[in-house]
Every structure is written in structure tokens, then in C-alpha cells.
Design a protein around this ligand. Sequence first.
Ligand code: GRG
Length: 292
Amino acid sequence: MDFSTRLRRQSRSVSDAIEKLLVDQRTNSDLRAALKYTLGAPGKHVRSVLVLWCCELVSGQTNRDAEIASMAIEMVHTYSLVHDDLPAMDDDDMRRGLPTCHKAFDEATAILTGDALLTLAFEILATRIDKPATAVKLIRQLAKDAGADGMIAGQMADLKAEQTAGTEETLEYIHVNKTAKMFRCAAAMGAICGGASQKQFDSLCEYGLNIGLAFQIADDILDETASSEQLGKTAGKDLRAAKCTYPAVVGMDRAKEIQQKLTCAAMDALEPFGVKADTLRQLAKALLERTK
Ligand code: GRG
């Protein structure tokens, strides 16, 4: 099976698992409709697939814990998109090719949907992971990378940096926190589920952080070069909002150079795994070359 078919199938299996989980979840019917709408929209599930593939790399196969962790990270990621699209933040009308949650429903529903997704992510880790010690490690990792010294800090800095002449240092702080730490988190969660050694864990974290930063640079570049139809969200918004992006701060050529360097660093981090890490190498390459 070629790499892109494998990626598509794995992404599909994550969304099927989430759909099934939602059917079994007790909740209010309006909230269920909004959760189903946002989680069912065609996202790429890259972070979830990363959890599964990192688990597979260290233990030879994926397992039930990795499946739970892959759903949890997708829920936290989706919450961040729902909240980011709100009028108080990025104020966007389109996400994953569909009207954003607050457009399809209303603002209060979008806020509550994000809150529910974030809470549900931690609930499933706390209740569905077999061994308490593994659950605690996963919860700790996700809280750390998505929280006040991770994604939320990056989002705060990003909002504050709008309309200012950003420096490369601010830019790196924003992107590492807002985006790269969630990729590191995915790799770390997969490593935890697979019972990785400390050395394997550190290598996969290094890989995750580097592809995460490269992924964000691709996002910045695509915002300027791709169409809204291609991206499934409004293109060209960063320029209009005078966002602190790589092309804006260092220029397009240098942004591409940094992206290449990060991908090479990600490949270097996989060295200890030998050929067994070829799928993760292909993933790093695919993210570098992505067009949506
Ligand atoms: C609101 C706490 C809070 C955080 C928001 C994720 C985020 C932080 C903002 C969204 C805007 C943005 C450009 C974030 C950078 C991360 C990123 C590129 C998100 C999009 O991820 P994809 O492309 O999305 O994996 P899909 O839809 O495929 O899941």
C-alpha cells in the first residue's frame, strides 16, 4: 500500500473511532449535534496518526491505548480550531471546507463545543486507559503541551503580535508553542502507549517538535500561495491581519530554507530507529510538500 493511501486509511479509522465514541457518549442533544458536526468535518488527523505510528514504531503495533490517545489529541486540536475561529480570536467563517462552528450554530454553542471537546479528551484518557500509570503520563503530557505553557501560550502571543513588527525570536516562540508542541505531544503520547525507552521517547519528541514547526511554516506559506477552496479555510488572512508569520518576518525563500532544515533535523532524530522509521520519514516529507 502506498504512503498516501495508508495515511488516508489511518485518518479514516481515527474519524470512525471518534464517531463511534460520540454515539456512546451521553450528552445534551444540541451539544451532540455540534460535536458531531465539528469532529465529523474532514480534518487531516495528522496528530492522531502520529500517535498511532509512533506507538507502532516502538512496539511493533498500535494498541487500544494509542487509539484512545489519538482520539484525545484530535479532540484538543479540534477544540483549539473551534475557539480560534470565534469572532474574539481569528473570526473565520470557513474551516475544513465547511462553515465554522459558530456560523453553523452560534457563538455560545461554539464556545461550549470547544469546552466539551477539551474536557472529553481528558475524560477518555482518565477513564479508558487501562493502566493508571499510563493514563497519568498521557494526561500530564497533553496538559503540558496544550496548556498555559504550550498551545494556549502560543495563541496568546500570536494574538498580541498582530500588527507589530515581529522578530524571529517572537515568531519561533509563537510557532513552537501554538503548533509544534502539539506535534511533540502526539509523538510523545504514541511513545508512551508503545512503552518506549527514555532514549526512544526523547528521539520521537525531537522528531515531533521539528515536523510541527515545519508544518506551521507550510501553513504560513500556503496561506499566501493556496486558494481558500484548496485549504478549506479562508486563504490570505495572515497578510490581511498583519500576522507574525515566517514569510512576513524572514521572507518566503528563507522560510522555505528553515522548513527544509527542520525536516532534516526531524530525519536525524529518527536515525536510532533505522529503516523501521521509514513511515515517519515519509510523513515528514509529505508534510513538507503538502498543498492543503
Ligand atoms: C484557541 C487555545 C486556542 C488555540 C488556537 C490551533 C490554533 C491555536 C489556532 C488555529 C490557527 C492555526 C493556523 C494554528 C496553527 C496550527 C494549525 C496549522 C492548525 C491547523 O491544523 P491542520 O492543518 O487542521 O492539521 P485540520 O483541519 O486538518 O485538522
